[in-house]
Design a protein around this ligand. Structure first.
Ligand SMILES: Nc1nc2c(ncn2[C@@H]2O[C@H](COP(=O)(O)OP(=O)(O)OP(=O)(O)O)[C@@H](O)[C@H]2O)c(=O)[nH]1
Ligand SMILES: [Mg+2]
Length: 397
């Protein structure tokens, strides 16, 4: 008689009620291609408010090959607690993890198990090897590509092409050898994916990438915050690189705290571009003198920045004021910034007047330099005031 081996497919979930049953069925349907592997499914749910847990519990009652546990918040917790549960309660010969929303074609399961049969202890489902496909939007594609490139250069090994996706299979023996202290898996971030891969490589994983087809979501909504994930992959990768170069700076920890400032800076940068475009437009098209042009261009940038900061940078701040009050305060703060900026431009204009700097064939008007000189002091002023006043977080009662 053929001795069957057991693979437990871990599906972490948060609000996947509309996808989970269909996807579990798809996973089980792969059993006809998995040779001497039989499959079981474990769902680790982070207390989804949509009732995913109750649904899976009812499925588990009917099918002894479906298991479900409740875990704390965060994808990393869902993954690590899930595998730990498998190891202690389900005694698997292989651990598999996949997104639960059905974006990953389940046919990656037999491919990954085949790699384990070939003697690898880590199989990576990859959109970037032959036969793999990435059917996401351009923005998401850029993210996967950019994050992967930075990780491959800073962390490596460069030969691994897929680092941000979940689809992986590995042996329990490898999982137990991985030093989870290297993995910030309790963070409410998707950083678990590349960080776990790095820790597996450090633990001496023998890995192989197999083709993975990744589709757009059918139901439910994305929990992936593309900016946050990109930021986390970049800062994590630089942290690993710095430590490798012998610089023991807690870069990763520092950048966790600086995320709001970085977002504010990016909004400021976008605003500055808008400000500059209108400033030049008013000077060139309407013949405004630079100080006047600066008043109008800055007002336009203020509205742009308020909206971006309110709905992105400080989205999670609970303020005691409503949006109109915040807009009012933001305008006052910006007025302070405007006075500082116009003051600087006026001062420089009075000193240097209308002139040009010639760099080779390039002729740069002085007013360009007046403009850029205003940026650092105004950024410092704006961030300090908005952080402490406009979007001041209300303390929980
Ligand atoms: N247990 C648990 N699972 C989570 C959590 N956040 C996300 N997940 C699951 O992790 C998987 C990946 O999340 P998605 O929102 O699909 O992220 P994504 O695939 O990068 O983004 P989309 O392409 O928009 O779906 C899904 O199965 C989610 O349900 C969490 O806090 N806890
Ligand atoms: Mg998804």
């Amino acid at each position: 008689m053929k001795i069957m081996k057991k693979a437990v497919v871990l599906l972490p979930t948060y609000n996947e009620k509309d996808n989970i049953e269909k996807f579990i069925n798809e996973v089980f349907a792969e059993e006809k291609h998995t040779l001497d592997w039989k499959l079981e499914v474990l769902v680790s749910d982070s207390n989804s408010p949509d009732g995913t847990l109750e649904l899976v519990k009812s499925l588990a009652k009917k099918n002894p090959k479906i298991h479900v546990i409740e875990v704390g918040p965060g994808l990393g917790v869902g993954i690590i607690e899930g595998h730990r549960y498998s190891l202690t309660h389900l005694k698997p010969d292989a651990l598999i993890q996949l997104d639960a929303d059905g974006q990953v074609d389940s046919n990656v399961v037999p491919k990954m198990l085949k790699a384990l049969d070939q003697g690898y202890n880590l199989a990576i489902g990859s959109r970037f090897v032959e036969g793999g496909k990435n059917k996401l939007s351009l923005m998401r594609k850029l993210f996967s590509y950019g994050a992967s490139l930075v990780y491959r250069v800073c962390v490596g090994p460069y030969s691994i092409k897929e680092v941000t996706n979940s689809a992986r299979a590995f042996t329990p023996e490898l999982f137990q050898r991985i030093d989870l202290n290297l993995v910030p898996w309790r963070e409410k971030s998707f950083i678990i994916q590349p960080a776990f891969l790095h820790a597996a490589v450090v633990a001496g994983a023998k890995y192989k990438e197999v083709p993975l087809v990744f589709k757009n979501r059918a139901e439910g909504y994305s929990k992936n915050k593309v900016f946050n994930y990109t930021y986390d992959v970049f800062t994590y990768s630089f942290d690993v690189l710095l430590h490798r170069l012998g610089l023991n700076i807690p870069f990763w920890k520092m950048t966790r705290k600086a995320k709001t400032l970085v977002k504010f800076g990016l909004v400021g940068f976008a605003g500055t571009l808008i400000d500059f475009i209108f400033y030049k437009l008013f000077i060139k098209l309407f013949g405004f003198p630079p100080p006047t042009a600066k008043i109008f261009s800055t007002e336009i940038a203020i509205v742009n920045n308020f909206l971006l900061n309110n709905f992105w940078t400080f989205k999670y701040r609970r303020t005691s004021t409503n949006i109109w009050q915040k807009l009012g305060i933001f305008n006052l703060v910006s007025l302070g910034g405007l006075i500082i900026a116009v003051g600087i431009v006026k001062l420089l204009y009075n000193i240097y007047g209308n002139g040009f700097v010639e760099i080779g064939s390039l002729k740069l008007a002085y007013n360009n330099f007046f403009f850029f000189a205003t940026i650092p002091p105004v950024l410092i002023w704006n961030f300090t005031m908005n952080h402490f006043i406009t979007w001041k977080n209300q303390k929980e009662d």
